[in-house]
Design a binder for this molecule. Structure first.
Ligand SMILES: Nc1nc2c(ncn2[C@@H]2O[C@H](COP(=O)(O)OP(=O)(O)OP(=O)(O)O)[C@@H](O)[C@H]2O)c(=O)[nH]1
Length: 342
């Protein structure tokens, strides 16, 4: 994927072309149309170019709808990082253009004032020349008005860029978070685990946990109640993790806790703490008004072995969890015990 590995001169040329193309369309001047036309002008995005050319041939100009369509299909959906960079770049362009039009606007109004003063002076001495000056003056006024208009448009473009940037930040956070619990999701946890092991943090341990007979919980009390149980367990993981450990909802009713600088025995104690806290959960069933308290969880624990890949550590903790389930659930099993049991 292309990621701005072009020279500054080339990129300035793409920019100039993008602004030219944009000014010929029906779509307004905003980050999305900029992104589409910048990509088009860079010449590197063959499918986008083909689609834009086909749209131009059919509709003559790109409107808001077709511009958004091209953006979503060829830019945003494929690479959010790339789309974010384009939006940031547009923000820069707009800021620069705004400051240059402000400067031009200032110069023009100075010029208008001077012309005005001359016009009054000459009016008294050379009425013919004054007529010509008047027309020059009205042209200058028109120019000032259109500059003011452009400035207004650029200001609203800047607001749009800010809104878009915030949306991107939100989308990025959502992509890394589990929606139901607010914990990290599997994707971001995998990255955290990988990073942690790459930093060779000594004595890293991993806990994998799974709520017992969760299908039964759903079947007995309903899916919404099941969600409440997941949230209650997540909140325990969040509290236990604090600022020292990394917790995530790894799958449906599966949770993980990464514990850097923690030996296996300490990790086992922490897993036991979690198990007790889960066993103490009390949630009201809002349909029957009964308190439900028989929630349990099984946990597998493994400590990182030097040279091991993240998948290896994960698989040993998972094997320990499997053993905990097979041995009756509501228990903590170490990977070493799992090997014996296997
Ligand atoms: N309420 C709720 N249920 C979910 C969610 N995601 C998955 N599930 C349910 O979780 C249940 C998982 O059940 P199983 O994998 O069979 O495991 P289990 O019943 O917990 O049994 P063991 O793990 O063997 O103790 C399934 O019924 C899924 O439909 C969710 O977000 N909310």
């Amino acid at each position: 994927m292309m990621q701005y590995e072009v020279t500054k001169e080339k990129s300035a040329e793409h920019l100039r072309q993008a602004i030219h193309h944009m000014s010929m369309q029906d779509a307004a001047f905003h980050p999305v149309s900029y992104a589409v036309w910048y990509e088009y002008s860079s010449g590197e995005h063959a499918r986008l170019i083909d689609e834009v050319n086909a749209l131009i041939e059919k509709e003559k100009k790109l409107n808001e709808k077709s511009t958004a369509h091209v953006f979503n299909k060829h830019i945003a959906g494929i690479d959010t990082d790339h789309a974010k960079k384009l939006v940031e770049r547009f923000s820069q362009v707009v800021t620069e253009m705004r400051s240059s039009t402000e400067k031009t606007g200032l110069q023009t109004s100075e010029y208008t004032k001077t012309l005005d003063a001359w016009s009054n002076e000459i009016q008294q001495q050379e009425p013919q020349l004054a007529l010509q000056l008047d027309s020059l003056l009205s042209e200058t006024l028109m120019m000032t008005n259109s500059l003011n208009h452009l400035q207004g448009k650029l200001s609203s473009s800047l607001e749009e860029v800010d809104a878009l940037k915030n949306e991107m930040i939100k989308a990025r956070q959502e992509a890394l978070q589990d929606g139901l619990t607010g914990l990290m999701n599997r994707k971001s946890f995998d990255v955290a685990l990988h990073d942690c092991l790459q930093q060779h943090i000594v004595d890293t341990s991993l806990i994998i946990a799974d709520i017992d007979y969760f299908k039964k919980v759903n079947d007995s009390y309903g899916h919404l109640f099941g969600d409440k149980v997941i949230q209650a367990v997540a909140s325990i993981f969040k509290t236990v993790a604090g600022n020292s450990y990394t917790a995530a909802r790894y799958g449906c009713e599966e949770f993980v806790l990464l514990l850097p600088n923690t030996q296996l025995e300490t990790a086992r104690e922490i897993a036991e703490q979690i198990r007790h806290k889960v066993a103490a959960i009390n949630i009201k069933n809002t349909i029957t008004q009964h308190m439900i308290s028989n929630i349990t969880i099984s946990l597998g624990v493994a400590a990182y072995q030097p040279g091991e890949q993240p998948e290896g550590l994960f698989s040993r903790a998972d094997q320990a969890l499997y053993t905990a389930k097979a041995n009756g659930r509501n228990r903590v099993t170490l990977s070493s015990e799992a090997l014996v049991a296997a």
